[in-house]
Ligand binder design. Structure first.
Ligand SMILES: [Zn+2]
Length: 342
């Protein structure tokens, strides 16, 4: 099969389009022919080595994808050749203490597609049958490839970790990114009021179209001032943050009493001084949120299938042009998910 793989860590040029042996389904496994696969920012971090996740090279990225079953291993029931599916990317062991607590994102033996195992930057992927999610007829492969990570991250961060309540003001930073466009929708779905921030008016127009009540262009406006004005001086109840730097500092200054900052990523490797006087006087919470529980990923797919959440797709690149797709993501010139299609 063809795959976009890398044999060494580095910039996008290390991604090469080459042949790999076709995967073979073992007991309990199926082979999925990939029709569309999403690119996530973590793919960039893994490829350039900054994630420091140990990998066996060559590696094939690609956490979330949609496709067809083309081979079925022994002992698999309930699935047929040709079934349209999207495998849940986060495969847990179901026997460790974290799995027993339902916190599958911290499974001691976690095996994520595109990270510990080869993923969807390829024509075929081998997956255990128990992680397959059946794609309804009306749901496209592209929507499936864009639905899992962004929306489940939003659901886990906002509802589970930050305990968002209807009516809460939620500041979504990086509103033009895949996670940002998803978080705007998730916050609204659970009754939140959204202030979206990004660095271009084009991304903010999209955020408005997705339902953000207030938008802030942080390349020309002071985030804290706009937030205070929009919320009658009170500030936001929740900050959904992954940008870092000045935006992170201005976001903390924008929080209401009892405000919560939920951090879902820090690709700049942030180390920030925090004023603990403000922290305790305002009873703020700084909360980390990493991926999500298995059921939250399924919920994300079901909400997309129901039309309650809509993936934002920037564009689809041929798999052979995976390096160009990575460069586009690194340039941050996109709004929504970038997909690859073999
Ligand atoms: Zn486990």
């Amino acid at each position: 099969m063809k795959a976009a793989l890398f044999r060494e860590y580095g910039d996008a040029s290390v991604l090469v389009y080459e042949d790999l042996p076709d995967p073979i389904a073992g007991p309990g496994e199926v082979i999925v022919k990939v029709k569309a696969c999403g690119i996530n920012h973590v793919d960039i971090d893994i490829r350039n080595g900054s994630s420091r996740i140990p990998l066996k090279l060559p590696h094939v990225l690609g956490m979330e994808f949609g496709g067809d079953i083309v081979e079925i291993g022994s002992g698999v029931e309930g699935w047929a050749i040709g079934d349209r599916v999207s495998p849940i990317f986060q495969i847990h062991c179901n026997s460790c203490d974290m799995c027993a607590r339902g916190e599958h994102q911290h499974c001691r033996n976690i095996d994520m597609l595109g990270i510990q195992s080869h993923g969807g930057h390829a024509e075929y992927v081998k997956v255990p049958a128990w992680v397959l999610w059946r794609l309804p007829d009306h749901m496209s492969y592209e929507d499936a490839a864009a639905a899992q990570t962004s929306f489940c991250t939003g659901i886990h961060a906002l509802r589970t970790r930050a305990q968002m309540q209807p009516g809460d003001w939620v500041l979504v930073n990086a509103a033009g990114s895949g996670v940002g466009t998803a978080a705007i929708q998730v916050a609204q779905h659970f009754g939140g009021r959204v202030i979206a921030s990004a660095r271009t008016d084009e991304k903010l127009d999209k955020a408005k179209a997705l339902g953000a009540e207030v938008v802030v262009n942080y390349s020309t406006q002071n985030l804290t001032e706009v937030v205070r004005e929009a919320t009658g001086g009170k500030g936001v109840d929740i900050v959904y943050e992954s940008v870092g730097g000045d935006i992170l500092r201005q976001s903390i200054d924008s929080m209401a009493t009892f405000g919560k900052l939920v951090c879902i990523g820090c690709h700049a490797g942030e180390i920030e001084p925090v004023d603990f006087i403000h922290l305790f006087r305002n009873e703020w919470q700084l909360i980390g949120s990493a991926r999500s529980r298995f059921g939250e990923i399924v919920e994300a797919l079901e909400l997309v299938a129901a039309g309650s959440l809509m993936p934002t797709v920037h564009g689809v690149f041929p798999l052979a042009q995976a390096a160009d797709a990575h460069r586009l993501m690194e340039s941050r010139g996109h709004t929504g998910k970038i997909l690859l299609a073999p």
